[in-house]
Design a protein around this ligand. Structure first.
Ligand SMILES: [Zn+2]
Length: 306
């Protein structure tokens, strides 16, 4: 097994890998400076300009929920190895409404986003995911993940209490089963892990389809929306914009072009991983930690074709 495939398998199968927080919550402080106030473990925020769209953050993960007069639509339970995240999520919803949670919709099958949903199931929520997510979850057989009751292929529209939510599969990217959730009236999307806001792609982009990924971002850009709720907080907790999505697409195009040159010069993997720098993106989160891994992924993709 090649080094890349080994890393990929570990990434796909190890629960601890997926449970690692993606963003460091506590930056080291110079000793002379006053300590920054600790970031609370969780927060619930109503999205500005809406009266019913909320973001629930627990640690470094985000989930969107929508409150309607006929019930609540929740999304990723974000409860891997931390059941308190899910009970807190439900308690936070109950602070806003007495309405029952009718749906829980999975963004994609990675455990750090979707594990821990049983308390929602016990309340009677129906679970929805892309059909490939259900297939993968049935193969992986993990007790802490609720298997979806219903699946989506290319698109499904949910209407509840006057709110319309589209579930759209824009192709394979960071996983082969990502659903983009779009609120057409509010012009908001919830897009997890494949369009990070001013941040590099995760580690060596395991479990991914780099070329189709670029196409999927183009499809997202073609949808009508103004604001994007990401799966992990962006800088200053701001939401993403189409400019952010375009920047991610450009980063991937520029990095793959650099790696293509490195492949032609026989520099993949090690030399390319050391030599290629992308200074335009040095201010993005995780640039130092994950650039080499991103290069490794493109070396593999361009040499082996997967
Ligand atoms: Zn993921």
């Amino acid at each position: 097994m090649s080094r890349f495939l080994f890393a990929l398998a570990c990434g796909a199968l190890s629960a601890t890998a997926w449970s690692m927080p993606v963003y460091s919550q506590t930056a080291p402080q110079p000793s002379a400076a006053p300590a920054a106030p600790a970031r609370p473990a969780f927060a619930t925020t109503k999205v500005e300009g809406t009266d019913n769209v909320y973001i629930f953050r627990y640690g470094g993960h985000l989930s969107m929920f929508i409150v309607t007069p006929k019930g609540v639509i929740a999304t990723d339970p974000i409860g891997l190895a931390r059941p308190q995240a899910v009970t807190t999520y439900i308690a936070e919803i109950k602070k806003v409404t007495d309405q029952p949670v009718k749906y829980v919709i999975y963004s994609h099958h990675h455990f750090d986003h979707i594990a821990g949903g049983k308390p929602f199931k016990d309340l009677g929520a129906k679970f929805i995911a892309h059909k490939r997510a259900k297939e993968r979850l049935l193969e992986l057989k993990r007790d802490e993940v609720v298997i979806p009751d219903q699946t989506v292929d290319k698109k499904r529209t949910i209407t509840l209490g006057g709110t319309t939510l589209e579930l759209i599969h824009v192709g394979r990217n960071h996983s082969d089963n990502t659903l983009v959730m779009r609120l057409p009236k509010e012009k908001i999307i919830f897009a997890v892990d494949f369009i990070p806001v001013q941040a590099l792609q995760w580690r060596n982009m395991p479990d991914s389809w780099p070329d189709e990924w670029e196409e999927s971002i183009k499809k997202v850009l073609a949808l009508e929306w103004d604001r994007m709720i990401p799966g992990h907080p962006g800088p200053g907790d701001r939401l993403g914009t189409k400019d952010d999505a375009r920047a991610v697409l450009t980063y991937m195009q520029e990095l793959s072009a650099e790696v293509k040159k490195a492949v032609a010069e026989g520099k993949c993997y090690e030399t390319a991983m050391k030599e290629i720098k992308m200074p335009k993106y040095a201010s993005w989160a995780n640039y130092e930690q994950w650039l080499a891994g991103n290069i490794e992924r493109y070396c593999h993709h361009l040499r082996v074709g997967i």
